[in-house]
Design a binder for this molecule. Structure first.
Ligand code: 5GP
Ligand code: ZN
Length: 127
């Protein structure tokens, strides 16, 4: 029987299975965390569920423990990585969200100095 948690060509599934190296900073039964390969801040970790979920559109109640764990460990991992005075979490979804890797992942961004604004304004708000 095919295990729905296992996909063959997803880069983050490969990291979760240890087939692509990543410097894991955290692992438990549900999630793994590792530094982003192209950091956009002094602290830039990715927290991913071990189970393959392409986007949050695909998330179901069954994924709640893994998705909850991603949030539950973020603060501890941010602090341990050197972001003890605040950090930002981002989950990009789909085309509009500029998602690059279609396996849900939470960016944990921080550094000694405050990050830039959350978003560059890219639209005109209408009244
Ligand atoms: P997205 O735009 O999908 O939210 O972000 C995907 C992130 O995954 C990017 O920040 C990118 O640098 C990171 N990334 C892509 N491939 C790898 C990889 O093989 N290893 C690690 N550590 N990060 C990766
Ligand atoms: Zn995957």
């Amino acid at each position: 029987m095919t295990d729905p948690r296992i996909t063959t060509d997803c880069i983050f599934c490969k990291i979760a299975r240890g087939e692509i190296p990543a410097k894991k900073v955290y692992e438990d039964g549900e999630v793994i965390a590792f530094p982003d390969i192209r950091p956009q801040a002094p602290v830039h970790l990715l927290i991913i569920p071990k189970v393959h979920i392409a986007t949050l559109y695909d998330a179901t109640a069954a994924h709640q423990p893994a998705l909850g764990k991603m949030l539950a460990v973020a603060g501890k991992l941010a602090r341990e990585a050197g972001a003890g005075d605040g950090f930002r979490t981002i989950i990009n979804n789909g085309r509009v969200g500029h998602q690059e890797v279609y396996h849900v992942h939470m960016h944990v961004l921080g550094g000694p100095e405050p990050l830039g604004p959350m978003l560059q304004r890219s639209f005109s708000a209408r009244k």
